[in-house]
Design a protein around this ligand. Structure first.
Ligand code: NAD
Length: 434
């Protein structure tokens, strides 16, 4: 979703989403008395970890989601990101932004300081490699969590995140995923119909995330090796997971949703780095083509690319025994053809706002939301697609799940002095699946 061609500027984005939450705030004022949570009347304090574009947007939405919520702590590896994010948020919510100087934390250990502060809700919005560690620590400290996608970049990270997610469930903490399409009302209605059998048994899925090139920040002579990589984290698979995991995962997730989150049995894929070959683009691919196989004979095909001057598409097409369904993000199409024809005709909600409306309502109502299992399964599917494309091998779910490949150092060992080249650009048939 970082495509500069389709995303509004951050300022505009903040302004638009700043006006979208009135409905939810009103709803929370009329919570039934006696919904038993001790939290019901308390001021909810939010801590933001990762003060970039998405983290700032999510903090804005959290502040919109409830009358009695304030932002009290912020962390980022770069101090200037905190300053910029704070100034944007203050423009929108001067009365709700209460971050004292001592609650602004910079550096690689800053996240822990936000977690150790007295916040109730944590927003996790750093680059993905840090998510399993930060999720684990936030759950250990008993915080409710908004967890951006992706939740991990490799299988050990997924397993670690799942352990943390299960603990969140046991502790009755809300864990809401950043797979935003699942919070979009037209998609909720459409996928509801698919799961209700309106196109019969779904046997084939085709989904795409074909986009142009994304942003990159020109290397400055004074930057250390690690600073170059942290500022351009998208292009290092050990930080981002590669674009299939970092971005195209949204479409893979919708494909999984259509099959009621059935687990695939195996994956075969191809991919490469054809156009975006310069050093500044790190070690990631610029295109993938993947097919997931299922035990009931269903197949799900995924295509993604980040190449400029090519056609764009973010869509999921589902074929079933009684019809066909098209969900096309660019055309805003949600349509069923066949025995039960239907088309979504409404305006649709602000899905980013909905994520936080649901999260805060769940806290107020003491009805925790647990997105852990499906979000990590979708994340694992994107990772196994990458594994198959990198290695050129067909890989089973069990093999992928049990993989011990860590793409990079333990996130706790990151520092500005770290020098890590990362794996070389993968070559199918030569790069080993580990
Ligand atoms: N759901 C969506 O539609 C959507 C859209 C955009 C981004 N995202 C996801 O949100 C996450 C952030 O993306 P973004 O676009 O905001 O990127 P960004 O680069 O704008 O922001 C990330 C911020 O995290 C900071 N950071 C890096 N490592 C950190 C650490 N260890 N501790 C604290 N802060 C750290 C960076 O300095 C940066 O300010 C990514 O996982 C991305 O995939 C989701």
């Amino acid at each position: 979703m970082k495509n500069k061609e389709i995303v509004k500027t951050r300022r505009n984005f903040l302004k638009t989403s700043g006006t979208a939450a009135i409905g939810s705030t009103v709803a929370l004022n009329f919570l039934v008395p006696g919904t038993s949570s001790a939290m019901n009347n308390n001021t909810l304090k939010v801590g933001l970890i990762g003060c970039g574009g998405r983290g700032t947007g999510a903090a804005n939405q959290a502040l919109n989601a409830d009358n009695n919520v304030i932002l009290t702590a912020m962390a980022d590896v770069f101090e200037e990101r905190i300053v910029e994010s704070l100034s944007n948020l203050k423009e929108l919510h001067d009365d709700k932004v209460k971050v004292e100087n001592k609650q602004k934390y910079a550096g690689f250990d800053a996240y822990q300081k936000v977690i150790d502060s007295d916040v109730d809700v944590i927003i996790l919005a750093t680059p993905p490699v840090f998510r399993p560690l930060q999720l684990e620590k936030a759950v250990a400290a008993g915080k409710h969590i908004f967890c951006e996608k992706p939740m991990a970049v490799d299988a050990p990270g997924i397993r670690r995140a799942l352990e943390a997610a299960k603990k969140a469930k046991k502790k009755n903490l809300s864990l809401v995923s950043g797979f935003c399409w699942r919070f979009h009302s037209p998609k909720r209605e459409t996928f509801g119909k698919i799961l209700n059998g309106d196109i019969g048994e779904v046997h084939t899925i085709y989904n795409t995330y074909n986009t142009g090139e994304l942003w990159s920040k020109p290397w400055q002579p004074e930057w250390s090796d690690m600073e170059k990589k942290m500022r351009n984290w998208l292009y290092y698979n050990w930080i981002s997971g590669d674009h299939i995991v970092e971005q195209a995962i949204h479409s893979i997730d919708m494909g999984s949703w259509a099959l009621n989150d059935r687990q695939p049995t195996s994956v075969t894929a191809t991919g490469g780095r054809q156009v975006r070959t310069e050093d500044v683009f790190g070690n990631i691919f610029d295109h993938f083509a993947v097919v997931f196989d299922y035990d009931n004979g269903a197949k799900s095909f995924h295509f993604s690319r980040q190449q400029k001057n090519c056609s764009r598409s973010y869509a999921v097409e589902m074929l079933g025994s009684k019809g066909r369904c098209v969900v096309d993000v660019i055309r805003r199409q949600h349509e069923i053809f066949g025995e039960n024809p239907w088309r979504y005709r409404g305006e649709g909600n602000d899905m980013y706002q909905q994520e936080h409306d649901d999260l805060f309502a769940s806290i107020r109502n003491n009805k925790p939301i647990y997105d852990g299992d499906w979000m990590l399964q979708s994340n694992m599917m994107a990772i196994m697609g990458r594994m198959a494309a990198y290695s050129g091998q067909t890989i089973t779910w069990e093999e992928a799940w049990n993989s011990d490949e860590n793409l990079g150092p333990d996130p706790e060992d990151y520092s500005w002095e770290l020098v890590y080249e990362g794996p070389p650009v993968a070559k199918p048939g030569i790069t080993k699946f580990i």
